[in-house]
Ligand binder design. Structure first.
Ligand code: KIV
Ligand code: NA
Length: 270
């Protein structure tokens, strides 16, 4: 099977309608990518790896080097999905030129096909600069975690008319700049629907609406690896309990000297 392409994702939406929703999940490691790849259209190497992998308090401290390394692992572990890598905070906001340097480095070092960046109207010039120079771009509006220090937290967006209008305007600006997907995160459902119906490019929701053109979740949240998750996360499994119970069994057997057993030990030939 040939790997899906950015145009194949873009073409899922025809005349404002998406028959088959786009399935996206985050991936940070090769093995995780291998397991998710057959079920997904897009694997996102999200800067959420700051919290999920590195235990950081937000995505702000995430570096280009971290993103490039994890993206390379995800590309090596997948052969079907389009791999998209988040541009970390501070690597693109200054100018289109800075963004191009950073995005080119990410794609060259990882083999990913596209980048994602946060922001709407303020990033439109940068998005078209990248797209015109061969770098497909996914936008991200609404609750944009890299703006946590400006927003003051991670609450849902679009509750006031001004906020709602801004989110729609941001999505339109990204579409017009040539973004192939806009991610809409943590917005009240009517605004998610309005964005999906207004822009011609694919709109992928997270904490948005089932009516979006596709969905994304942070894989570790979906797997139930964490106790505290936003309300928009559905926990499809309880991996935290599985890992913890498994470690407890192992620890018990080590302490009882019942592991390793005869099947796990080598004996000399006789
Ligand atoms: O970093 C991330 O995981 C993301 C998705 C939640 C959209 O940006
Ligand atoms: Na992100």
């Amino acid at each position: 099977m040939r790997r899906l392409t950015v145009p194949a994702i873009r073409d899922r939406k025809q005349d404002g309608k998406t028959e088959e929703p786009v399935v996206m999940l985050t991936a940070y490691t090769a093995r995780q990518a291998q397991l998710l790849d057959p079920h997904c259209d897009v694997l996102l190497v999200g800067d959420s790896l700051g919290q999920v992998i590195y235990g950081l308090p937000s995505t702000i401290p995430v570096t280009l080097e971290m993103m490039a390394n994890h993206a390379a692992a995800v590309v090596r572990g997948s052969y079907h999905s389009v791999v998209v890598v988040d541009m970390p905070f501070g690597s693109y906001e200054q100018s289109p030129e800075q963004a191009f340097d950073s995005a080119a480095r990410l794609l060259k070092e990882s083999g990913a096909a596209a980048v994602k960046l946060e922001g709407g109207e303020a990033m439109a010039e940068t998005v078209s600069f990248l797209v015109n120079r061969g770098i497909p771009v996914m936008g991200h509006v609404g609750l944009t975690p890299q703006a946590v220090n400006v927003l003051g937290g991670y609450r849902a967006r679009g509750r006031s008319d001004a906020e709602a209008e801004k989110i729609v305007a941001d999505a339109v600006a990204l579409e017009q700049a040539g973004a192939f997907v806009v991610v809409v995160e943590g917005v009240v459902e009517p605004i998610a629907i309005e964005v999906t119906e207004t822009v011609s490019c694919v709109v992928i929701g997270i904490g948005a609406s089932a009516k979006c053109d596709g969905q994304v979740l942070v894989t570790d949240d979906m797997l139930g690896m964490f106790e505290r998750v936003p309300r928009f996360v559905k926990r499809y499994a309880d991996m935290a309990e599985l890992v913890s119970d498994t470690a407890a069994k192992y620890a018990e057997e080590v302490r009882a000297r019942t592991f390793p057993g005869p099947e796990q030990t080598y004996q000399p030939k006789r």
